[in-house]
Design a protein around this ligand. Structure first.
Ligand code: DAH
Length: 354
């Protein structure tokens, strides 16, 4: 047998004898690595005469193609074997009885519960669910929202900056960047909401470095402030389950909306307890406004559109609705608190507003 045929045999036998991914990879290096057997053969082709070069070159190429074909097949086989072994180890006996009462012992965190309620209500009001990444770039978190570099609003956000170049990436400071991602799809009418985690470098009685917001955005040809007002009042009445809730829209400022407003609801605060819907004090619950023309321009939208946007803090909504006095307990991981304020998974079953 000539040298090349021998090589072909040993290559194929070696693959057959492989039993794991590591030895398979070693084999690839042995033959095709930088100093591999076949790599060297290929390199030495240049020293051969024309005819011989052609003949041996052809054979070597054939070995190469056959090797990689077998290599891929073998790799897949080994991967399947590994998965099967793993499945055997993790075998679960589904006929075992459940642990007594374990469904009822576990609790849904009030934030999850509140998000579920918000999803259910905003969904019933015709908005669709959107998501964006927790790690955002400067453009989506600030620039496109009409907050250019050196704008004072950047300072107010207590941003966590990531990466080597100080402001390449940030942990999103609000859910508003999802507005930009949704607008960029350029598909109107657009009616979305986006709940999720947000981050600011701030920690005291009323702030945690990680918290949650929900963003809303409705864009079409003739959206106006009255639409915004109707929508938010409807949402709040459904969320607090109170048809008579009273509202106050106060002029405010956000760089990405014009005009902007903050919304207060009527409440009673006595001896540290807040009850929503009666009394004659006001409590701020959200920020909102009409999408600023600069925001449309930043994402290259030239059509004549208008829209409203709003943003709310989910912890705040949960505290108000369920009478939870202290924000810091939310993320302590204290089971006693969770057992007290948490929800049974069955509490979610009546969340359909249709
Ligand atoms: N992004 C704002 C914040 O974190 C909240 C907000 C205010 C969102 C007004 C909006 C809005 O969409 O229109 O403080």
């Amino acid at each position: 047998m000539d040298r090349i045929s021998q090589l072909t045999h040993s290559v194929l036998d070696d693959i057959d004898n492989c039993r794991d991914l590591e030895s398979l990879e070693n084999l690839r290096v042995k033959y095709f690595g930088k100093n591999g057997v076949i790599t060297s053969e290929l390199k030495s082709l240049s020293t051969l005469e024309k005819e011989e070069k052609k003949e041996i070159g052809k054979k070597l190429n054939l070995i190469k193609n056959t090797f990689f074909e077998k290599f891929e097949k073998k790799k897949k086989n080994i991967e399947v074997l590994i998965i099967n072994e793993k499945l055997k180890e993790e075998d679960v006996d589904v006929s075992l009885p459940s642990r007594e009462n374990n469904y009822f012992d576990s609790k849904i965190h009030p934030i999850t519960q509140t998000i579920n309620e918000i999803v259910s209500i905003l969904g019933a009001l015709g908005l669709t669910y959107e998501e964006g990444p927790d790690i955002e770039d400067d453009f989506h978190n600030f620039t496109a929202l009409n907050i250019p570099e050196n704008h004072p609003a950047r300072q107010m956000h207590d941003t966590f900056y990531l990466g080597k170049n100080s402001n390449d990436y940030v942990l999103r400071t609000h859910t508003s960047p999802v507005q930009i991602r949704a607008l960029k799809k350029n598909d109107f009418p657009l009616k979305i909401f986006a709940p999720g985690r947000t981050y600011r470098c701030d920690s005291d009685l009323t702030h945690t470095p990680m918290f949650h917001q929900v963003e809303g955005l409705v864009v079409d040809e003739n959206i106006n402030f009255a639409n915004l007002k109707w929508f938010l009042e409807k949402f709040c009445r459904m969320f607090f389950d109170n048809e008579n809730l009273e509202f106050r829209f106060r002029p405010s400022y956000f760089p990405f909306t014009e005009p902007s407003a903050e919304v207060d609801i009527k409440c009673k605060i006595s001896s540290g307890k807040i009850s929503i819907g009666d009394g004659n004090q006001w409590l701020e619950i959200l920020g909102c406004g009409m999408v600023h023309p600069n925001v449309f321009a930043k994402v290259g939208i030239e059509r004549k559109l208008s829209g409203f946007a709003f943003g709310m803090g989910i912890e705040r909504l949960a505290m108000l609705k369920y009478g939870m006095p202290d924000l810091r307990n939310f993320y302590d991981g204290d089971l006693r608190w969770l057992n007290h304020y948490g929800f049974s998974f069955l509490d979610n079953s009546d969340l359909s507003w249709k």
